[in-house]
Design a protein around this ligand. Sequence first.
Ligand code: UGA
Length: 478
Amino acid sequence: MNVCIIGTGYVGLTTGTCLAFLGHKVTCVDSDDKKIALLKSGQTPIYEPFLTELIAEANGNLQFTTDYAEAIPNARVIFIAVGTPPSPNGSPDLRYLSAAARGIGEHFDGDFTVVVNKSTVPIGSGNWVGSLVREAYEQTHGCKAGRRFAVASNPEFLREGTALSDSLYADRVVVGSDDPRALEALYTLYRPILDQTFGAPTFLPRPEGIGAVPLISTDLASAELIKYAANAFLALKISFINEIGHLAEKVGADILQVAKGIGLDARIGTRFLQAGLGWGGSCFGKDTAALVATAAEYGLSMPIVAAAREINFRQRERVIEKLLAELKILKGRTIGILGLAFKPNTDDLRDAPAIEIARKLLQRGCKVKAHDPVAMHRFRSEHGDLGVICCDSVEQVAADSDALILATEWPLYRDLFWEELAPRMRSAIVLDSRNALDRDRLVGGGFRYLSIAGSASGGDASHRSSQEIDLMEAAPRL
Ligand code: UGA
């Protein structure tokens, strides 16, 4: 099929690349000419494992342009995958969405076209996008749009860092529309994924045991709500284990054992029960806030979701409390932060807990040093004015520091020669805020080991899927 993707962020670029790899003719359009020039040269504006490789495999089926007139007219399915960043009052900024909808209305050729909301948009946006497309089409072409197009919602469940395998080997595909023709078109588009008939790329092998991928067809509003409900549930799962972790610390229990002990109950599941610093990134914070705000419009409160948010942001403060309890005085101390990205395998710094912790430490008069294997460049350009000393190696971070905080569990940090770091430090303290390090090894290497969620044993990756571990192993090492 001829497909157009508007927006080349994580979602747009991953979706476009995967669809092109599956054999569709895809044109990605973005108003940012620097991004498009970079993509045309075979590079990507984001760090995502195997993305450049898959773009190369899709070669010939994947085009990039800044021009709507080039991308839209022949496309039978147009995905809107533009950013919906939070505005100052917390509600999503829909400027880019509205511009994309108008652009579609102005440029589409009048043959039946499906307009798909792939961005996470407030519930009800499908109708709104439909009205913008219709209005722009009628103004431009001087005739009624009628049934020439239909709107669908096709929410995205990919995680940054594992975006390609999440898309190709999805747990499910959700499509929502009030027009059966749109559902039919999306079924055709996703068929290779649904039936798993495509030849797997060598660098992203098909996980063992994966069968047909379920397709969930719904009305528009249900698909929109599924996206928010999924993210909110994952977010509250993390906050739940962090709340239990706080209690575990008080009663002397080990949260890693507790997580495994409850997670092996198939009704609960082991994933997203990794206690620690809590969630960051561009999705959970924004989507839980939007869900609470949407409910409020209908006179409803969402106390569970609101509590999950509160617990999450409290975890960041607990890092400071832990350090205070240990060092007594923070003013004048040097604290090293290992990991800046909001999670491993990405260079995304949006709502990264490490950055908020750095800010809090600086406010308390600390000197802050930091290292990240991938996000350093982005950090320098986006947060260069924060006053954090950027280090090219972990050794530089450790030198004369009073404590190290592990903020992002990049695999390379687990495998450091910790024994050689301790003597470089003013006081060999490590706060493992992700429960990812080997406590015994650190203690043996002369460290005082602290965690923020009641872990006696330190890191344990056994809750992760083998695919996640494979991807982590593929990540850069020192
Ligand atoms: C999340 C969802 O997982 C995706 O399904 C969804 O498509 C995406 O948001 C989105 O809406 O676009 P993402 O934000 O990329 O994906 O990353 P996650 O892997 O979900 O991690 C989010 C945060 O939770 C990270 O800061 C991570 O460190 C933290 N986390 C995750 C935990 O603290 N504990 C866990 O057990 C799992």
